[in-house]
Write a protein that binds this ligand. Sequence first.
Ligand code: DON
Length: 331
Amino acid sequence: MVQGIVNWNTQTTQKWLQNYVDDWVNFYQKNTNEGEVASYIPILQEANQQHLGISILGINGMEIRSGNVEIPFTIQSISKVFTFIVACIQRGVSYVLSKVDVEPTGGAFNSIMHLETRQVKKPFNPLVNAGAITITSMLIGDTAERKLEGFYQLLEKILGYRPPLNIDVYQSENESSVRNRAIGYYLLEMGYLESELDLTLETYFKQCSIEITIDDLARLGMILANDGEDPSTQEEIIPRQVARLAKVLMLTCGMYDASGKFAAYVGIPAKSGVSGGIVAVAPPRARDHQLPFLDGCGIGVYGPALDKQGNSIAGIRLLRHIANQWDLSIF
Ligand code: DON
């Protein structure tokens, strides 16, 4: 893409990069007409299907933002990566992995069928609902607020503020999520849950209803790209082993039954949510050519129109384009 030595941190090159990203966001804006905004949680239907935004934050501090960057949205399934991390910190990696496996399902995020037909001894992975609800049951605390305290503390440490709970989304999800209750009862019957069912589901619905922005996602992704360490303070926020495990899960299971395609065509760990957010992680890469963000970056995308798997259509196309242009693939 670029010949010769480039210092990406100069204002001129940053502006040049910004123009490219603006063009790409404008181009992929047309894809927001495809797919549909999630409706199984009624309040999510209020999102504007036309919105598309991206925020990129380099480990070196460089920032590029474009499109609808200011729109707050709920974290939804992206929370699963971070409750998994908190469970590993609180309970130890080997204990967590003895309760939830690390295998992709190849099925929908809210599938129950796989658990029953394949006679598994534990849910497939922490990023599908069955595994995520099991992980939530493992968080320490006897109320939803206490159970979520570790999650809030982790977010606050990374983001520098405590993101709010969107109470309307929580109520809408609590009132409508028959499928998650069915999954919960199945987990209960199988003896997988470590806390009482109603408490576990209340906590799970609340963790999904925390409101964030794409800048937050870019920062969360950037910390994972840097193996859990804050590059400006060198503080270890997430233990390296846990950060790496989270990235493995994102790559193999983070985009549900589209994870294989995402790995093939984009090639970086990512996690989506039904409100249209995606967090993507581009680790540092050693290449002999000159490309931006060689030191690694986190990327947050928002585009609420989803495909059948529950992933943002325009968001994935935009990520794919950027990953190819900048050779972000880890493979
Ligand atoms: O479990 C649910 O229904 C949601 N609160 C989270 C699902 C989700 O984000 C799946 N994403 N693609």
